[in-house]
Design a protein around this ligand. Structure first.
Ligand code: AP5
Length: 215
């Protein structure tokens, strides 16, 4: 069988980026993430797409969704070259879900659930490597040396949208736009709900079992 095509859904801070790393390592698939792709292109000129702001940066710093036309193009290009993948951060509304259905089939759809206050703690305490993007947490997932990435020695920084105001807006945007996407996929044959509140290893074990049982 070819490599699995996995969709990882969940609110901001649910652990999508962290667990995608485990999936990539275990299954050799590509990590397709709109968040990282947009962060790498925050200042690209999107004014020709008739958008409210001229770059993704303004949307992202407030925690609002970047216009669909921008993200649809990113995902379509990434999926064209991927054999198997774990898709993280897309689709975030029902229009994006309809676009995705035109691009590819999915083998496994995992929905991670975590309570709101735990999400706020995770996001405001998250630190990311400025060089390689590895995730850490000031309490739950500390590097060996404070402020320094274990993987590459890069500097650990706080993301612009990980302050409490932006985090609460991101959670509201999720409830309004993305929770209906999760419900939409509940009828998919490969759908599985995973409790995202356990330890990193417990959540990984549940995800690994879900992928094994559906591929
Ligand atoms: P994006 O980068 O996708 O952010 P997000 O969805 O808000 O998700 P996060 O990356 O914040 O969280 P995560 O679930 O990956 O959690 P993580 O593993 O890091 O998007 C950013 C912005 O880009 C959006 O706001 C929007 O503006 C734009 N955008 C992106 N996609 C878009 C789209 N499709 N359409 C329109 N706009 C789009 O974990 C969080 C922390 O918790 C870490 O510190 C980690 O160490 C810790 N942690 C993880 N798991 C556990 C655990 N089990 N126990 C304890 N701690 C844990």
């Amino acid at each position: 069988m070819s490599q699995p095509r996995i969709l990882l859904l969940g609110p901001p801070g649910a652990g999508k980026g962290t667990q995608s790393g485990n999936i990539v390592e275990a299954y050799g698939v590509e990590h397709v993430t709109t968040g990282d792709a947009l962060r790498a292109n925050k200042d690209m000129d999107i004014s020709d797409m008739d958008t409210e702001y001229d770059t993704p940066r303004e949307y992202m710093e407030q925690g609002d969704l970047v216009p669909d036309a921008v993200v649809n193009a990113i995902v379509e290009e990434a999926l064209t070259s991927a054999d198997g993948f774990v898709l993280d951060g897309y689709p975030r509304n029902l229009d994006q879900a309809a676009e995705l259905e035109g691009m590819t089939d999915l083998d496994v759809v995992i929905s991670l659930s975590v309570s709101t206050e735990e999400l706020v703690d995770r996001l405001t305490g998250r630190r990311v490597c400025d060089d390689c993007g590895e995730n850490y947490h000031v309490e739950f997932d500390q590097p060996d040396e404070e402020g320094v990435c274990d993987e590459c020695g890069g500097e650990l920084i706080q993301r612009d949208d990980d302050n409490e105001e932006a985090v609460r807006n991101r959670l509201d945007v999720f409830e309004e736009n993305t929770a209906p996407v999760v419900d939409h996929y509940r009828d998919h044959d490969g759908f599985v709900d995973v409790d995202g509140e356990g330890s990193l290893d417990e959540v990984w074990s549940a995800i690994d079992d879900a992928i094994e049982s559906r591929t």
